[in-house]
Design a protein around this ligand. Structure first.
Ligand code: ST9
Ligand code: ZN
Ligand code: ZN
Length: 343
């Protein structure tokens, strides 16, 4: 049982909604119906976001150029440090802790993760978690905010450039968010987001290099833009690439894939076929291999000092059974049960 009130088996049922899987009249698949629905739904482009993302992407290219032309080495190191903190705020914080409740965290760790998640500027925790829970509950349908059936660009960035499909809002209303309403860290982040977000994502990261090692403000600003834009794109690859390319060892009926390249870039969040089948596993992967899952190492470290606890995993037997029943046959058998450390 997990937050969605479902077991693995029920999740797979949800992802096999008749809309997507059943052929109507024996002629057209509902995938086509899905496309027809998209035609009927008028696109409302949000130009503010189009302009912002254009600025970010051109700014990021300029920032990359400046790394090789004048930016100080310390600024590069600082940029990497901020990027890693922001990434952990998304993976260990927004995703595994708040969205999937795959472990519990004491308040100091929740505050750290909230600040890191604010640094990532991917919307405040409440909104991030709501969209992601809706994505899990209605995967591959119009109610999925970044429905991968609408193609790479839509699931990557396009969904942030359009008003949401009406199904996202109507069906999304069925997702329970009461646990976030009762976490003061989440409530206060949401209230103060308009101040906290610019501060932690832009002002502090750009100011530190200027103040402490006399970096040129232009270099520092565009390094910040580069860091933010790159982190966004790596995160979006989980919604796009890891719903298109890769293997489906645990459930071949859903678009989500296991994709090692995405896992490497996204701090362990590329084992996305596994994750959609067993979303409550704090490793977001079958194995706890740190080399392709830095976020698991981070959570394990805080479990050692007692700030993270009640880490949830999935019994090996359950994984094997499920892979046999619904997987595409690409799951690799592991004798080494050490990696399957139960939380
Ligand atoms: C960003 C998010 O980038 C990225 C998320 C990625 C998730 C990936 C997950 C994978 C695992 C983790 C991987 C980590 C890897 C990390 C590696 C790092 C190196 N349910 O949204 P509005 C209702 S953000 C229920 O305005 P519009 C609700 O009532 C980037 N209800 O819809 C809401 O009102 P309120 C920065 C919902 O007008 C109302 O509708 N941020 C739901 O259609 C209006 O909501 C941006 O760029 C729902 N799901 O606008 C901002 N959704 O909120 C972009 C909505 O008051 N966003 N409702 O309750 C926007 O500008 C707008 O949201 C919009 C849609 C234009 C896209
Ligand atoms: Zn997904
Ligand atoms: Zn998830």
């Amino acid at each position: 049982p997990n937050l969605f009130g479902t077991t693995a088996a029920v999740i797979s049922e949800a992802s096999q909604t008749p809309d997507l899987k059943v052929k109507s009249n024996g002629s057209s698949t509902s995938y086509l119906n899905n496309k027809e629905n998209n035609k009927k739904y008028p696109w409302k482009i949000v130009w503010r976001n189009v302009i912002a993302f254009l600025y970010l992407h051109f700014g990021a290219l300029y920032g990359l150029y400046l790394f090789f032309d004048g930016a100080k080495f310390l600024t590069v190191l600082w940029t990497i440090l901020v990027a890693c903190s922001a990434a952990v705020g998304i993976t260990a914080g927004a995703h595994r802790l708040w969205c999937h409740r795959a472990y519990k965290a004491k308040w100091p760790l929740r505050v750290i993760l909230m600040i890191f998640q604010t640094t990532a500027f991917q919307n405040h925790l409440y909104e991030w978690v709501r969209d992601h829970r809706v994505h899990h509950k209605f995967t591959d349908t119009d109610a999925d905010p970044h429905n991968a059936k609408r193609g790479f660009f839509f699931s990557h960035m396009g969904w942030l450039l359009l008003r949401k499909h009406p199904d996202v809002i109507s069906k999304g209303a069925s997702v329970d968010m009461s646990d976030l309403d009762s976490d003061p860290v989440v409530v206060w982040q949401r209230r103060l987001y308009i101040i906290l977000m610019p501060l932690f994502c832009f002002v502090i990261p750009a100011w530190i290099p200027c103040y402490f090692w006399n970096e040129n403000p232009m270099n520092s600003w565009y390094a910040t833009i580069f860091r933010y834009t790159l982190s966004l794109n790596i995160t979006w690859l989980v919604n796009s690439a890891a719903h298109i390319w890769g293997t489906r060892p645990y459930d071949e009926s859903i678009s989500a894939t296991d994709n090692v390249r995405v896992a490497l870039g996204a701090f362990g969040e590329g084992w996305h076929n596994y994750h959609h089948v067993f979303p409550w596993d704090y490793k977001a992967a079958e194995l706890g291999d740190y080399s392709v899952n830095f976020s698991t190492a981070f959570i394990d470290f805080f479990a050692k000092i007692g700030w993270a606890y009640d880490l949830k995993t999935v019994p090996l037997e359950m994984i094997e059974k499920r892979a046999k029943r619904t997987g595409d046959g690409t799951r690799i058998e592991h004798d080494d049960s050490e990696n399957h450390h139960e939380g």
